[in-house]
Write a protein that binds this ligand. Structure first.
Ligand SMILES: C[S@@+](CC[C@H](N)C(=O)[O-])C[C@H]1O[C@@H](n2cnc3c(N)ncnc32)[C@H](O)[C@@H]1O
Length: 365
């Protein structure tokens, strides 16, 4: 937990990694199902990056979490690079996430999952770097191919408390909306700048991220409302106090197309980076489909509550009153999941899932 201060508000929430021990992997099928719409871009990028130099090829995976949703993209990247670079060429795959991420679960998966990209290729070397991707995570000029999925919507910090919501996209507070927009702009520039430093000339970065749609904005209305409602429930029954709830927010931000483009606007370049393609699209709500369009309200509610638990409850829990021991933290997760499930089951609704896919390249030498 870190403490930031902005606009006079003490803010005790910073992004925390996803729920560990495989929980995120088991409850991130929404994220996993969007891969099919971006893997062709990754393959396309792997086919044009330079491979004719005498050093191992480096593929970086920014924001890997437990790793399950990285297996397929890394398999696609390794296969395409292997085809071009020859059988014995070393390929290093660097998985990056926050220091407290469950990297042990990732390495277990890489070693034992039948879908691991390691199987059948003895010249692929996986490693992990636990460091924020808002700074460099690998040496300068080393990355040939970068990949990041569902991660750059996470901000580096929570710029201020949100007085009327847990997710700024649904807030009516102008100051909070402005502070989050500013932070998102700074963070996108910092992310790109760090990649500019560590990509090789001619390298490419493929990005899939939550976005804000022209119509419908951030999306996930029912889940966000249920999280906010569940926090009020836990406050009403005395488990949380009002100060804890005030501090809780989800520091994610769905950028608009214009916000993704902004760093490139002045000159068509950002440092040595060029935006090759950008597309905003809406993914289908897999949970809505699997629950028979909400007819199985229990399945609908359980899946979305577990999705939220695995991805955002760890960050919310970082605002619990100190010392938040493991027992209270565990109880917070369980009570939030139960309250959220009750609320979701009462009014199933299809979620809008706006995403952006981009390819960014570093100018050739
Ligand atoms: C929703 S998960 C995405 C995981 C996976 N890429 C996928 O597609 O399912 C977002 C990941 O980004 C990580 N993350 C958030 N902020 C980060 C930062 N500043 N540096 C590195 N990783 C970060 C989180 O810890 C989390 O594991």
């Amino acid at each position: 937990m870190t403490t930031n201060t902005a606009g006079g508000d003490a803010v005790n929430v910073a992004p925390e990694p996803m729920e560990g021990h495989g929980a995120y992997d088991r409850n991130s099928r929404v994220q996993g199902s969007s891969l099919s719409s971006i893997l062709p871009l990754l393959e396309q990028a792997a086919e044009v990056v330079p491979v004719d130099f005498a050093a191992p090829l480096v593929v970086a995976d920014y924001g890997c979490a437990g790793g399950r949703n990285s297996l397929e993209p890394m398999r696609v990247a390794v296969r395409a690079l292997r085809h071009r670079a020859g059988a014995g060429r070393p390929i290093c795959v660097v998985h990056n996430d926050l220091p407290a991420n469950d990297f042990a679960a990732l390495f277990d998966l890489l070693a034992n999952d039948p879908g691991s990209y390691l199987h059948g290729d003895p010249h692929v070397y996986p490693s992990a770097v636990g460091r924020s991707f808002f700074q460099s995570v690998v040496p300068p000029d080393s990355v040939t191919l970068g990949w990041t999925a569902w991660s750059v919507q996470w901000l580096s910090r929570m710029p201020m408390t949100i007085p009327d919501q847990v997710q700024v996209a649904f807030s009516r507070d102008a100051a909070a909306r402005a502070a989050y927009a500013r932070q998102a702009a700074q963070d996108w520039a910092a992310f790109l700048s760090a990649r500019d430093g560590e990509m090789r000339a001619g390298g490419r970065l493929v990005v899939l991220a939550m976005a804000s749609a022209d119509i419908g904005g951030f999306g996930y209305r029912i889940s966000v409302e249920s999280i906010y409602g569940a926090l009020q429930d836990l406050c009403a029954n005395g488990f949380l106090d009002a100060t804890e709830v005030e501090r809780m927010a989800i520091p994610t931000y769905g950028r608009t197309r214009a916000e993704f483009l902004a760093p490139f606007e002045a000159s068509g370049r950002f440092g040595n980076l060029i935006l090759e393609t950008i597309e905003l699209f809406t993914d289908h709500d897999r949970i809505w489909a699997e629950s028979g369009e909400g007819r199985d309200a229990s399945l609908f509610a359980t899946r979305w509550a577990k999705f939220s638990r695995a991805s955002v409850f760890p960050t919310l829990a970082s605002a619990l009153r100190e010392p938040a021991d493991a027992v209270r933290r565990g109880a917070f997760f369980d009570r939030m999941e139960a309250a959220m499930t009750r609320r979701l089951a009462a009014s199933p609704e299809r979620s809008l899932i706006p995403l952006a896919k981009l390819i960014v390249s570093k100018v050739p030498a």
